[in-house]
Design a protein around this ligand. Structure first.
Ligand code: PLP
Length: 380
């Protein structure tokens, strides 16, 4: 088996047999010539159903997650929508993390609930709470680990077993960890979901999503639904994502180095109330994260003693950390979840602390990042 970076650079990306091009070409063609009726060359017919650039990305992502099948989408939410349709029917129940990604919560609460799907938010770090939430109608446990934005950790091997005992599937949204830091299928998960917009693409220049699974029947259903509903990424988007993923391992190492250093600095800072980073020994999920992740990731959240006003001042004062939503790119970002990414969960059980600041620590020189944050924290 080739190593992670060998797969990132080569899986699904053989040099072009006609021209010898070393990088995967962008194939914008919407349709493909048939040699006689039904005589397809290489299986391509129409680009909603399949496209060679998209196929290359899918093969690469499947190899990186250690799955048999990957399906790429135009966004992480497009992938989530198709995955939920593939697994759930009216009357079914799903367990979601109590601090689920806001868009996932909105999709289930505002779209699927209208079709008769019920849900229970649970702290998946609490296995007894998960067991209590399961019923014969539960078809799916949706998990994120680390979670967004509280960086909670769930034990994937344990929750997979609990879900399976109840006859439910386990999906892991692996966006925060990336396949470099964590491979949920090997730990017992049935499906991995990505917003490839984040670490996989890694350069904040493309929106995309993916589903990876080794379940043949489920993969077939997902491909059918994708073609039936038309939720496909364009070939240029697939190509940009493929270009980004080649450097995933080196980028993640640097994200982790920088995040560890910033978490230490914040922990010692007098304006900071609490630092949430799974790499810190006092984080409640630290030991589980150490067991199932290669390192602890590039996301760091913290609360301020001065409440939301202080948090707003810090977010407004950084210069290198750009005030923006999203995460996982080479550049450092700062945001206030309660007023930005997680507005859609305000007033629900998923509400986040109002002084919480979330950092997506980029791969700039860490001394510059530390200095920028120190200067901003002086305004807290
Ligand atoms: C961004 C994100 C999504 C949604 O992905 P899009 O590409 O924005 O549609 C889902 N889950 C997590 C954890 C995310 O961060």
């Amino acid at each position: 088996m080739p190593g992670f970076s060998t797969n990132a650079i080569h899986a699904g990306q053989e040099p072009d047999p006609v021209t010898g091009a070393v990088t995967m070409p962008i194939h914008p063609s919407s349709t493909f010539k048939q040699d006689g009726v039904g005589g397809l060359r290489g299986g391509y017919e129409y680009s909603r159903s399949a496209n060679p650039t998209r196929t290359a990305l899918q093969e690469c992502l499947a190899a990186l997650e250690g799955g048999r099948h990957a399906v790429a989408f135009g966004s992480g939410m497009g992938a989530s929508d198709v995955l939920l349709r593939a697994i759930l029917a009216p009357g079914d129940h799903v367990v979601i993390p109590h601090d689920a990604y806001g868009g996932t919560f909105r999709l289930i609460d505002k779209v699927f609930a209208g079709w008769g799907v019920t849900y229970t938010p649970v702290d998946l770090g609490d296995v007894a709470a998960l067991r209590a939430a399961l019923s014969p109608r539960t078809k799916l446990v949706w998990s994120e680990t680390p979670t967004n934005p509280l960086l909670g950790i769930a034990d994937i091997a344990v929750i997979a077993q609990v879900a399976h005992t109840a006859g439910a599937l386990l999906v892991v949204d692996n966006t925060f960890a990336s396949p470099y830091l964590q491979q949920p299928l090997a730990l017992g998960a049935d499906v991995v979901l990505h917003s490839t917009t984040k670490y996989v693409g890694g350069h904040s220049d493309v929106v995309g999503g993916a589903i990876v699974t080794s379940d043949d029947a489920l993969a077939e259903k997902i491909a059918f639904l994708q073609n039936a509903t038309g939720q496909v990424p364009g070939p240029f988007d697939a190509w940009l994502t493929l270009r980004g993923v080649k450097t995933l391992a080196v980028r993640m190492e640097r994200h982790c180095d920088n995040a560890e250093r910033i978490a230490e600095m914040l922990t010692a800072h007098p304006a900071v109330e609490r630092v949430l980073y799974p790499g810190l020994p006092d984080h409640p999920g630290h030991e589980i994260a150490a067991k199932q992740m290669r390192r602890f990731g590039g996301m760091v959240s913290f609360t301020l003693k001065g409440g939301q006003e202080a948090a707003r001042r810090v977010c407004a004062a950084t210069e290198l950390f750009t005030l923006a939503e999203s995460l996982g790119g080479v550049e450092s970002l700062i945001e206030l979840p309660a007023a930005m990414t997680h507005m859609s969960v305000a007033g629900s059980e998923l509400e986040v602390p109002d002084s919480l600041v979330r950092l997506s620590v980029g791969i700039e020189d860490v001394e510059d990042l530390v200095e920028d944050l120190r200067a901003a924290l002086a305004q807290a």
